[in-house]
Design a protein around this ligand. Structure first.
Ligand code: GRF
Length: 201
């Protein structure tokens, strides 16, 4: 299976995916990593693994659709089966979502539908929840609103800071995201409305 990763930052989830591929826990290959941030460490990680890392400057495009169109073109050329958002800080435009419908995944650092959007960890902490976590979901046109594939809870401790809680959540993300990707590859996910069910093949 041909995978593409879109990332804007540090790329620890990308790294977890690449490591899982090396351990043969994901039966696929990352063909390309695309970033909207020139010095994103995710691009560096890609190149270290001999994977094509492409920076596209969003400021060169007037419309979001045009910027996304360039990305879509690169993905099509490489015949990408699954688009993986890993810390990608942009909302995808409707035509892009439509083109790759059911084939875009995202990971979010909260138990959705709680605390969608930016700063999910900070929002959960200041709300005072005792349990947070992370969510892998399919991407639709909304902000973190697509069907949920996997979720896992993470406890919140009294002495947590945003950093310490995010670090604990990250550790779970690094396990959960590769697992969701492999379920997709094995065609073990089936959608019934909003519900994403696991099927044995
Ligand atoms: C993760 O916490 C993910 O849930 C969110 O952005 C963060 C990306 O971290 N979407 P990294 O760049 O993969 O280290």
């Amino acid at each position: 299976m041909r995978l593409a990763v879109l990332a804007s930052g540090y790329g620890s989830n990308l790294q977890a995916i690449l490591d899982a591929i090396e351990r043969k826990e994901i039966d696929g290959r990352v063909e390309i990593v695309i970033s909207d941030v020139e010095d994103a460490y995710a691009l560096e990680r890609a190149r270290k693994h001999g994977i094509e890392g492409v920076y596209i400057n969003p400021r060169e495009y007037e419309k979001r659709e045009d910027f996304d169109g360039v990305i879509a073109g690169l993905l099509q050329e490489r015949q990408i089966d699954l688009v993986i958002l890993a810390g990608y800080m942009r909302l995808l435009s409707p035509p892009f979502v439509k083109q790759f419908e059911g084939r875009i995944m995202n990971i979010h650092p909260s138990l959705l539908p709680a605390f969608p959007g930016l700063n999910g960890v900070k929002k959960a902490l200041s709300y005072g929840v005792k349990v947070s976590g992370c969510t892998v979901h399919f991407v639709d046109e909304g902000l973190d609103t697509g069907p949920i594939i996997l979720q896992e809870a993470v406890p919140v401790f009294d002495d947590d800071t945003e950093e310490s809680l995010h670090e604990r959540i990250h550790q779970v993300e690094h396990r959960l995201y590769p697992k969701a990707i492999q379920l997709f590859i094995e065609q073990k996910l089936r959608l019934e409305g909003r519900r994403c069910m696991r099927v044995e093949k």
